[in-house]
Design a protein around this ligand. Structure first.
Ligand code: ZN
Length: 224
């Protein structure tokens, strides 16, 4: 009888130890699985952010240094006549289709560099009444096809060839000398217009306010 009781007690003990070991196993495997996954999450998370930071593609660039401080006379839609114009002499009448970037007194005899404001093909460089030298670039701004007109450039300084694909901020030209044939007699300044669509229209002024809807105020994409 004693042997049977001892045998049962031994079996119960063995069963208890066995059950205790099985009961521990899931806990120990849980912790061993959990810790590596936490570590891998910590090491992989910083990598994508450090890779995405360094190289943002520039979409829009200023056409001239200190751009915001130069728009002092003619904004987008300014209505001018020879009588009321902020510049003198004035030979135009109409609503201004772009914005004018003025030059500082210290830049009268200096080369003032003009850069492209967007990425796209140079589609024309020429000379026209009212501008002197000018260049036209085809771009996409805010998902919309546009042509950008850079007016009053020294025609011989327009560096890219027609058809060249340019990035925003590329060297384009220098401004023409004021009151010379290079600017068609205008003061030394940059006229910048953005015409909606891909057709070329170099009008610096339109005669009705409604026609301004065909143009985009460059201040908006430039953020100035
Ligand atoms: Zn202008």
């Amino acid at each position: 009888m004693n042997k049977k009781i001892v045998g049962i007690i031994v079996l119960i003990l063995i069963a208890a130890i066995f059950a205790y070991r099985i009961g521990r196993r899931p806990q120990s495997s849980d912790t061993s699985v959990a810790s590596p996954s936490n570590e891998s999450a910590q090491t992989t998370t910083p990598a994508p952010t450090s890779e995405s930071n360094p190289a943002p593609t520039k979409q829009i660039a200023d056409p001239i240094s200190q751009a915001a401080s130069r728009v002092t006379k003619k904004s987008f839609g300014t209505y001018v006549t020879p009588q009321n114009s902020p510049v003198s002499p004035e030979k135009f009448t109409g609503f201004h289709t772009g914005i004018d970037f003025e030059t500082f007194d210290t830049e009268k005899d200096a080369d003032v560099e003009i850069k492209t404001i967007c990425a796209g093909k140079l589609v024309q460089k020429a000379r026209a009444s009212g501008y002197g030298g000018y260049a036209i670039q085809a771009c996409t701004i805010n998902g919309q096809a546009v042509t950008v007109i850079y007016g009053h450039l020294r025609q011989s300084s327009i560096a890219p060839t027609v058809g060249a694909v340019l990035n925003a901020g590329d060297h384009l030209a220098v401004l023409g000398t004021g009151y010379s044939t290079e600017t068609d007699g205008e003061r030394k300044h940059l006229h910048l217009s953005i015409h909606l669509g891909s057709s070329i229209n170099i009008a610096g002024y339109v005669q009705t306010k409604n026609e301004l809807s065909g143009w985009l105020d460059p201040k908006s994409p430039l953020g100035i």
